[in-house]
Design a binder for this molecule. Sequence first.
Ligand code: 13P
Length: 254
Amino acid sequence: MRKKLVAGNWKMNKTYQDSKKLIKSIGNNLDEDTLSKIDVVICPPFTSLSRARKLTNKSKINIGAQNMYYENDGAYTGEISASMLKALGCKYVILGHSERRQYFSETDFTINLKLKKAIENELISIVCVGESLEQRENKIQNQIVKEQLTNCLTAIDRKDFNKIVIAYEPVWAIGTGKTATPEQANQMHIFIRETIEKLYNQDVSANIKILYGGSVNENNSQELFNQSDIDGGLIGGASLKPESFVKIILSAIN
Ligand code: 13P
């Protein structure tokens, strides 16, 4: 059985100072027993990663970054490498978030390069896919997601799938309060699993975790997580509110 995973993507929120309070209130409300049943990941901005790592050192809460670059090192002003994240104690990295695609010109091609580098550095990548509103209205969401998956996973070996998580985040549901219905989301998750089965095999597709993201909150999380192929969530806004984030985590194990 796939263990559920809930990750909080803080996006560009919280200073180094603010992050302490938030991490502590999340950590204080999650006991060992809960954390043995579910994988919890916190993804603050780069500036708070080391503080987050220190504050969670003794617990099973994992730390992830929201992005990285695909070169090892060198003259790439403003970028952060996979080995830098690894050295800081990050276990996860989010790759190809739709906001990175939209505002920072990320493409499936660069996401694929990043994924290869993350694997090389033994980071677990949360690879984001998802269609826009226009694409859904034109009923081409499956085609879009299939294309994103095929391109992002190009030349990735099946043995490395224990270091890959997929996050389905329909762009029209991100930060809009408009969640995909549990059935809509599950349908896409099933389609993602089928696509991965065709690209690899049944074993890979049955074991890969597929998260849903887009306006998940404490009121809708349980129904989403109860779906057959939804293995947890990538949470934006609600991960900045400790009570909501903890409730979302607990709803995944109930
Ligand atoms: P919201 O939960 O704020 O809609 O954001 C989702 C998201 O983009 C997580 O990566």
